[in-house]
Write a protein that binds this ligand. Structure first.
Ligand code: FES
Ligand code: FE2
Length: 460
């Protein structure tokens, strides 16, 4: 908002500045080059000084005494977000998380990765198997991820060159003949986390109480990829957001928002609706029919048996959505596509989107980092799409439709709180069932890990 006082004040400021600058330039030129007269120089200085001294005072006086619009943007929203997070269970649930892409970690490479309130180092052993360890060396705390190198199937600390194998055992200390004989090192290991490559994603299992993995990502995806000659298609780092993986889990139990937030057909790869005249001319929209299954539901086990697709397991959550286009709000049956989403723990979702021309799989990963989460999307396409460049190009557009829908959630999730007792109605969806599914990813120390988790301590 601009009030007349704002405009006047800005004009005055600009005028004074120009006058001052003009006088300074002219005065200096005349004084030094033409007249050799220092009076001009003095005048220049005086004008400049008047501008500097009184310009600021006038502004201050106006700010205090004249009523005009000022910026109401709060400079930082950190405190707001911290309060918001307290309404959530910890973002750092016990689960598998996408750290980096598998191809980003080369054989001799070392990557430092900060997430889940910790700092990790990633490297590969001589078999190419990924290794994830605490970045801070148990000797004197140097960061293995910054300057550490891989040598003899070990990571070497940049500081005193201690060597750690993929189990975290100290195998060599340059200034000690036999580190295994050193009593101070008995039972001391560099902490090592379960880590694996899974369809192009390098995953790490995090458990706040340092327990072994309670589950592994299902293998059927890799088998399916091999069988139908799938190939990676697109990579999209959506960005850093002030939301938690928990937010996406909640979405699987909130069927109602699909009819409101995800009902508009948007310009693919944008957050934009088409102009209104477009919808009047071409009245398209999107429809959804959703069912959520927990991975250990009997009905889901039946479905897997009948279709031969998917996996069962209590750490998985499936969400099926018969999605398609509508014309004048009525579904166009030929466009309906039985989309299936699988949650692998709270941090990863795999969308399976079959179209008549081919199928797209979309990995959507949410990895908690300081202050929020990073959201990344990786897509794969089946052999039919791979073989036909035209269909491959079309797959980019179709992926863009999903991308726009995904993006529609972002601003809601970045700003919402999580109510202890939301006013859930039967038509909202199985919010409570999904919430119960989520609880299994928390253990004793979850409430003290990362952001405090009041909701977990109480009746959540
Ligand atoms: S700090 Fe790592 S070897 Fe000393
Ligand atoms: Fe959504």
């Amino acid at each position: 908002m601009w009030s007349p006082a704002n405009i006047l004040l800005n004009r005055l400021r600009r005028m004074l500045f120009r006058l001052g600058a003009f006088a300074a330039v002219m005065g200096s030129l005349l004084a030094i080059n033409v007249y050799g007269d220092y009076n001009f120089f003095i005048v220049t200085c005086v004008v400049g000084a008047v501008y500097i001294i009184f310009g600021a005072s006038i502004e201050k006086w106006c700010e205090k005494n004249i009523l005009y619009s000022k910026s109401v943007n709060v400079p930082s929203r950190d405190l707001h977000d911290q309060r918001r997070y307290k309404t959530y269970p910890s973002a750092n649930a016990n689960s598998w998380y996408h750290f980096v892409d598998s191809d980003a970690l080369k054989n001799e490479g070392v990557i430092e990765f900060r997430a889940l309130g910790r700092v990790f180092v990633l490297w590969r052993d001589s078999n190419g198997k990924p290794v994830c360890q605490d970045a801070f060396c148990i000797h004197q705390g140097a960061n293995l991820g910054v300057g550490g190198v891989v040598e003899d199937n070990c990571i070497v600390c940049p500081f005193h060159k201690w060597k750690f194998d993929s189990e975290g055992t100290v195998t060599e200390i340059p200034y000690l003949k036999d580190p295994t004989g050193c009593s101070g090192l008995k039972n001391r290991k560099q902490k090592t986390y379960p880590c694996m490559d899974w369809n192009g994603l390098l995953l790490v299992y995090f458990h706040v109480d340092n327990k072994d993995p309670e589950f592994y990502p299902p293998e059927y995806v890799t088998e399916e990829f091999k069988k139908d000659n799938w190939q990676p298609h697109m990579k999209w780092d959506v960005g850093f957001f002030t939301f938690s993986p928990v937010d996406w889990v909640d979405q699987a139990g909130d069927h109602a928002h699909f009819q409101t937030l995800h009902a508009d057909f948007m310009i693919p790869w944008t957050n934009l609706r088409f102009p209104d005249w477009f919808y009047r001319l071409i009245p398209v929209g999107i429809c959804h029919t959703c069912i959520t299954y927990r991975g250990d539901d009997k009905e889901w086990a039946e479905e897997v048996k009948n279709t031969g697709w998917g996996a069962v397991g209590k750490h998985l959550l499936f969400f099926t959505d018969l999605a398609g286009l509508t014309w004048k709000r009525k579904p166009m049956l030929t466009t309906l596509s039985p989309t299936k989403e699988m949650f692998v723990g709270p941090g990863m979702i795999l969308f399976h989107i079959p179209f008549t021309i081919g199928t797209i799989k979309v990995f959507v990963t949410t990895t908690p980092v300081d202050g929020g989460s990073i959201l990344r999307v990786r897509t794969w396409v089946d052999g039919r799409v791979v073989r036909n460049p035209l269909i491959k190009a079309l797959a980019v557009v179709l992926t863009g439709i999903s991308a726009s829908q995904l993006n529609a959630d972002v601003s809601i999730l970045e700003n919402k709180i999580r109510l202890r007792k939301p006013l859930i109605q039967p038509f909202d969806g199985p919010y409570n069932r999904v919430n119960t599914w989520l609880k299994q990813f928390y253990s004793e120390s979850s409430s003290t890990n990362g952001y405090s988790c009041d909701a977990y301590k109480n009746d959540w």
